[in-house]
Design a protein around this ligand. Structure first.
Ligand code: FES
Ligand SMILES: [Fe+2]
Length: 361
């Protein structure tokens, strides 16, 4: 089998046809090593990725670590109150500046003890003659950072779209829910034996709900389930049934291209970041945010919500791993979309073709 990326992603497969005539993307895009490497190198290095919340950095000097596709990062609040992101990599010989989340006055490398200010500039290098070696302009390598509604986003290389443009319109649509008022509660990670795009496709349609998630139909008014498409995101929205565990309102399921999900229910936000870990495996990071995390009477309903999400997630993992086997078999190449149920999947795959095309030119 050829490993050349342009043999696997052919120009003709990048054409976007109208939904009713379109095929799904070829199965090799979910399984070939060259596609996985191509996506890491191009797509994932230049898109905004949601890594945490400003409330995790309350005091100056607070920081947390994030390992993004084998790039160790540190997100830190400086003495000026500004939040910055750097590679957690010392500019001497690559040592780590921090090993776990915490609070510091200075960042000190764990290898030979170089210290850095919180704005990234080198402060001291033990046993170096500062004059001779000209260390003054050494700085930790910064990472692009931006904040939307308290959520911290990073991009390793310059992202082609401004974060505020990408998220435009979400706030208004979800009102009166206000993400800014929520507090970080817990992070849960799942490892899956499927390509990251299998999980995204699956997320983007409610077509599978009756078959895969019988429990969800107790919560969602699935007859009124709708999909709305925007430039860089899509929204699946469904009114909540009466007497459900969440109260009155709607469930908003936002997908932000290429791999972020914001699952919004009254008083609760769950973010998902879907990261490729190999050609046929992925890691999904769930962050949970709630309104009242210090109110003991609310903890039971929070824990119920997390347990219910975990049940739904296990159902999705089961089917996604089966789908990966199907895609890797000789029994399948491309399929067709339902025009009423799979607009979100079509929207994602169309954007993916557009982005692939940019990098292949
Ligand atoms: S690698 Fe950091 S001080 Fe040497
Ligand atoms: Fe699902």
């Amino acid at each position: 089998m050829s490993n050349n990326i342009t043999d696997i992603i052919r120009k003709t497969d990048l054409t976007v046809s109208p939904l009713e005539e379109s095929n799904t993307i070829p199965s090799t895009w979910y399984s070939e090593q060259s596609v996985y490497l191509f996506e890491l190198e191009n797509l994932f290095s230049s898109v905004w990725q949601c890594v945490g919340h400003v409330k995790r950095l309350e005091k100056n000097g607070d920081y947390f670590l994030f390992n993004y596709l084998d790039n160790p990062l540190i997100i830190i609040k400086g003495n000026d109150g500004k939040i910055r992101a750097f590679y957690n990599v010392c500019q001497h010989r690559g040592g780590p500046l921090a090993l776990e989340d915490g609070n510091v006055k200075l960042l000190q490398c764990k290898y030979h003890g170089w210290t850095y200010q919180l704005d990234g500039y080198l402060k001291k290098a033990p046993k170096f003659n500062q004059m001779e070696t000209n260390l003054a302009d050494i700085c930790l390598k910064p990472v692009n950072i931006d904040i939307w509604e308290g959520l911290i986003f990073i991009a390793l290389d310059e992202a082609p779209v401004k974060l505020s443009d990408m998220m435009n319109g979400i706030n208004k649509r979800i009102a009166p829910v206000d993400i800014n008022t929520l507090n970080f509660y817990r992070r849960i990670e799942y490892n899956l034996n499927c390509n990251w795009k299998v999980y995204i496709d699956n997320y983007l349609e409610g077509y599978h709900l009756p078959f895969v998630h019988p429990g969800l139909s107790k919560v969602l008014e699935t007859k009124e389930y709708e999909t709305e498409l925007s430039e860089y995101y899509s929204l699946q929205v469904s009114p909540l049934k009466e007497d459900n565990i969440y109260g009155k309102g709607s469930a908003f399921y936002y997908f932000i291209f290429p791999n972020i999900m914001l699952n919004i229910l009254p008083g609760r936000l769950q973010t998902n970041l879907v990261l490729p870990t190999s050609r046929n495996s992925s890691r999904i990071i769930f962050d949970y945010y709630y309104e009242n995390i210090n109110d003991d009477s609310k903890i039971k309903s929070i824990e119920n919500d997390i347990a219910f999400s975990d049940e739904v997630q296990k159902e999705d993992i089961f089917i996604c791993e089966k789908v990966q086997s199907g895609l890797e078999s000789k029994g399948y190449n491309q399929g067709r979309f339902s025009t009423t149920e799979e607009q979100g999947v079509y929207h994602f795959q169309s954007l993916l073709k557009e982005y692939y095309g940019r990098y292949l030119l």
